[in-house]
Design a protein around this ligand. Structure first.
Ligand code: NA7
Length: 539
């Protein structure tokens, strides 16, 4: 398939892939390798998905670069040079662009094409996709590789539209550098995005006011350069690294502390947490294997983190405001930072605790709370995403028998292994709800999920079937399993975006699969080996 840039394919394609992030690009590469005609539709003007849009200062991946990268091509992983342990957004975006160039993806990619409607016609066995520009594309199979964190949440704060200064969304940051010097800046939101951006904005701004509704736990990222010798050494062991990662819970080399929390004394527990803290980042939630299931172990980890906060922040009241008390540590993704807590020791930084003084409105000049007025030149919204389902339910997605995705999922998403949705034949949603998605290395997860889907399609085609669809009871059973696994952990105790709690009116259901990458791969293999149990094939 080699379509000229401007032409809309006259003949239906085998595959349409929506989104050119890591999953979408991989799907393009692999569908092509199987000899299928394929086209990618991407809303942005370039590849990279979440790494295209999230250009806010300090944006950095919280998974190590050597892991957060494709494993399918040995030459690629050997030749690409990561400069830091945790890559910055610009470096990951360059990597995505390199992959697109290297595998000549541009010829099968349409940019600036946001899919707004998708309809399946059973008579012709075709999906028809329409873009916001009015273009129409047809294909036998569709993959919505639209990401878990790609629909920004603009909170319904009264008066937001009246702000006369500059308003910025971390998830839609401008390409050009933003100059904060001499500016009074406000940041609303203290999740990963806010926590990464705040220290950098604080250095540049005249004044920074941080509006915090709920404090989050943050662990120093402890980023460092990857010197060439170390990189070479790591690359010599890449095959081993990938094998161990695939057989792990999170898709990395992480090993929990070798002795059980219950078997060791306080001093050793402390040393274990200290070592976990010094390892850096999100993995602090996995110092002990039962840290996310046993409230006692979790409370010990939370207390350790609280002490760290208190030891850094000099003003005791600010320190207490920064200590999370409403959720077990790790049940909201632990943030990773470079100097976040110390930022609150700066003279030009103020923390506003919105639990004490909620925002009443945004005005032309700034933010009004129940007890304060904060004049601002720039307002940064680091307010998160309609995660996991938002990029799917906001498309007018219709199956052949009257199913509308947003309605089907009104009480929570139902999927088979996070990849197929009953009522929507020949539609696949890598990193969808019911897959591990954000709980395992997303790049490795994308490779597995896309391969699994393409194998399924190949299996169907080889047998003369034109349609594959999840059975409703099978999807319900999988969704119950996802729920059961979550209920065996502390995760449901948090009001998090994992369970839709951050979006008003969104159904409460714990969406990601917590069975671990290895557990998930095994379950997917079981489905495949049982002749795709739960999938209906028809012609
Ligand atoms: P998050 O983690 O969802 O954080 C969003 C933040 O915005 C969080 O502190 C919210 O407070 C806050 N928020 C949202 N709406 C409001 C309103 N109306 N008023 C005040 N504060 C608000 O998104 P991120 O982009 O930081 O991170 C998402 C993931 O990306 C992260 O977990 C990593 O995996 C990468 P709340 O907690 O709701 O009280």
């Amino acid at each position: 398939m080699n379509q000229p840039e401007s032409a809309t394919p006259a003949e239906p394609l085998d595959f349409l892939v929506v989104g050119a992030g890591f999953a979408g690009m991989y799907a393009l590469i692999q569908a092509r390798r199987r000899g299928w005609s394929v086209l990618g539709l991407e809303a942005a003007t370039g590849v990279g998905g979440v790494w295209f849009w999230n250009r806010y200062p300090g944006a950095r991946c919280d998974v190590e670069s050597l892991d957060y990268s494709y494993s399918f091509d040995e030459d690629l992983q050997q030749e690409w040079v990561w400069s830091e342990r945790y890559a910055t957004q610009p470096e990951i975006r360059r990597y995505a662009e390199h992959v697109a160039e290297r595998f000549d993806l541009h010829r099968d990619l349409r940019f600036g094409a946001r899919v707004v409607r998708a309809t399946f016609d059973e008579a012709s066995v075709l999906w028809t996709l329409e873009t916001d520009g009015g273009e129409v594309f047809r294909a036998r199979y569709v993959m919505f590789a639209t990401g878990s964190l790609s629909t920004p949440n603009v909170p319904p704060i009264p008066g937001l539209e009246t702000f006369a200064g500059r308003m910025l969304l971390t998830a839609q940051w401008p390409e050009e550098e933003v100059d904060f010097s001499g500016r009074r800046v406000g940041v609303v939101g203290t999740g990963s995005s806010g926590i990464q951006a705040i220290p950098i904005i604080a250095e540049a701004a005249e004044r920074l006011t941080v509006f915090q509704r709920t404090p989050n736990f943050s662990v120093p990222v402890l980023n460092r350069d990857l010197p060439p010798e170390q990189l070479e050494e790591e690359k010599r062991n890449y095959a081993h690294r990938r094998t161990v990662s695939r057989a792990s819970g999170g898709g990395s080399m992480h090993q929990a502390y070798p002795r059980a929390f219950e078997e060791i004394d306080d001093a050793e527990r402390r040393a274990a947490f200290e070592a976990g803290w010094a390892t850096g980042g999100v993995l602090f939630s996995k110092v002990f294997p039962n840290q996310m299931t046993d409230p006692v172990v979790n409370a010990a980890a939370a207390e350790f983190a609280a002490e760290k906060i208190r030891s850094i922040v000099t003003d005791p009241r600010t320190a207490e405001d920064l200590v999370p008390t409403d959720h077990p540590i790790g049940t909201k993704r632990i943030c990773t930072d470079s100097g976040y807590y110390a930022t609150f020791n700066r003279d030009n930084v103020e923390l506003v605790n919105l639990r004490r003084e909620p925002i009443t409105e945004i005005t032309s000049w700034g933010v009004k709370t129940t007890t304060g007025s904060y004049e601002l030149d720039v307002l940064v919204l680091a307010t998160g995403f309609d995660a996991l389902t938002g990029s799917l339910t906001r498309v007018d997605l219709r199956g052949p028998r009257g199913d509308v995705l947003a309605e089907s999922w009104a009480d929570g998403p139902q999927t088979l292994v996070g990849l197929l949705v009953p009522g929507f034949p020949n539609l696949f949603i890598p990193h969808g709800p019911g897959s591990p998605s954000v709980f395992a290395n997303m790049v490795m997860g994308a490779e597995h999920q896309v391969d699994w889907v393409l194998d399924l399609v190949e299996h169907a085609r080889a047998r003369g079937h034109t349609m594959v669809e999840a059975r409703r009871d099978a999807a319900a059973a999988w969704t119950r399993h996802v729920d059961d696994v979550a209920n065996g952990t502390l995760f449901p105790q948090a009001a998090s975006w994992y369970s839709g709690a951050n979006i008003e009116g969104k159904a409460a259901s714990f969406m990601p699969y917590l069975g671990g990458l290895k557990g998930y791969i095994d379950r997917c293999s079981e489905v495949r080996d049982a002749d795709y149990a739960g999938v209906v094939f028809s012609s």
